[in-house]
Design a protein around this ligand. Structure first.
Ligand code: PLP
Length: 384
């Protein structure tokens, strides 16, 4: 079946991003490819394949269903790690298949031990500690009980890692909070070591922490947004940019290119309204191209009269409201545009490029949201 738009995922861009990220971390530190949120909209199955082809063997998901998808397509040498949601009953297949997972409260820890006994197979756990994010993680005050359970059940648990997550490493405004988190994490680490409890690896850093707080890079970094070619924030970019050689280009390359085709062309006389309601009136005789993507495809309604797309390598504007399935764009100054011509919504066309951030508000935080909202049913294709 013919779809109304297509997404291309560039393997070479990913490779460059991973090379750049590797240049920032020590040799012994591994990278876990974070593929939650349908791999930030890129498609879990695609990204597992691409990441494995550049040598990555560790994947992080939020939930059990994402881990299941990754497991289906990964080589058995790869390790999959669930950082968030699991129903305790799901621990059965998770432990059986050797998938590792976060434990951050006693209920899951005890369920993991029970399942491990039943299955006679060790559960691979990453113990998450509370350092200040206040979402998940064992509290400092519960450390004795935690230690006892971990010590008593060594035959049922593989202590894969000790971990935490930073609450906003992408902004200098959170500097003190992040510093405190690092301190608290090290407190936990030392305390376990003093009590002879060792974890295979220690890991805390996401993209922003890796880029701006080198001390958070330990045995593994969990990289999401940067691997897809986006800076976690403008601040992170500026911080890193100052350290690059003069004349350097942005070392992070976007993987994603989202494209569609012109569906219809229409001449609109001056003074007529375009689309629903009266939000846009033709200020001259205009030529309008209809593009079959709308808010139902993740192109936000907020972009009514604001969004931009590329046609014939030129930036053209959305006129009127974004509807469920289509947008109208002004091609008055591109008279040769015809039905079927390529339209790029995100990515390059000739010498121009539209970034995700540029078609939303200028805040980069939108990157995460926009990418993960790209519907799963838009066909994605890996390109070189
Ligand atoms: C999402 C997430 C990451 C990756 O974050 P990025 O900013 O995309 O690099 C790392 N760790 C945890 C626990 C996460 O939830």
């Amino acid at each position: 079946m013919k779809h109304t738009s297509f997404i291309e995922i560039s393997k070479s861009a990913y490779k460059k991003n991973i090379q750049f990220l590797r240049s920032l971390i020590p040799e012994h530190t591994s990278i876990s490819a974070v593929i939650k949120g349908n791999a930030y909209g890129h498609g879990i199955e695609n990204m597992v394949k691409i990441a494995e082809s550049v040598g990555l063997r560790h994947f992080s998901t939020f939930s059990a269903d994402e881990a299941f998808r990754a497991y289906q397509v990964s080589t058995k040498k790869s390790q999959i790690m669930i950082m968030g949601m699991i129903d305790n009953e799901e621990l059965e297949w998770i432990i059986k298949d050797g998938i590792s997972f976060y434990v951050f409260e006693f209920d899951r820890l005890e369920a993991a031990i029970q399942w491990s006994k039943k299955l006679s197979k060790k559960a691979k756990v990453h113990v998450e500690v509370e350092t200040g994010f206040h979402r998940t993680g064992f509290e400092w005050k519960n450390r004795e009980r935690l230690l006892q359970i971990l010590q008593k059940n060594q035959e049922h648990l593989e202590l894969k890692g000790l971990c935490t997550h930073y609450a906003g490493a992408e902004s200098i405004g959170n500097y003190v909070r992040v510093q405190n988190q690092i301190k608290k994490y090290l407190q936990f680490k030392d305390w376990f070591l003093e009590n002879d409890l060792r974890f295979e690896i220690y890991h805390t850093a996401c993209s922003a922490a890796t880029l701006t707080y080198p001390e958070t890079i330990m045995d593994m970094v969990r990289i999401g947004i940067a691997s897809y070619g986006f800076w976690p924030s403008q601040e992170t970019y500026m911080h890193k940019f100052k350290q690059l050689d003069a004349g350097s280009k942005n070392p992070l390359k976007r993987l994603i290119r989202w494209k569609s085709n012109v569906m219809n062309i229409k001449q609109v006389p001056m003074g007529e309204f375009i689309g629903y309601g009266t939000s846009y009136m033709a200020s001259r005789n205009m030529t309008i191209a209809l593009v079959p993507i709308g808010y139902g495809h993740g192109f936000s309604r907020v972009l009514s009269n604001l969004g931009k797309v590329l046609i014939h390598g030129k930036i053209v504007s959305v006129v009127g409201t974004v509807t469920m399935n289509a947008i109208s764009v002004d091609v008055t100054d591109l008279p040769s545009v015809k039905k079927g011509d390529e339209v790029v919504i995100i990515g390059k066309q000739k010498s121009n490029e539209l970034t995700v951030a540029s078609f939303g508000e200028s805040t980069q935080q939108l990157n995460y949201e926009l990418l993960t909202r790209l519907p799963e049913n838009i066909p994605r294709k890996i390109v070189t």
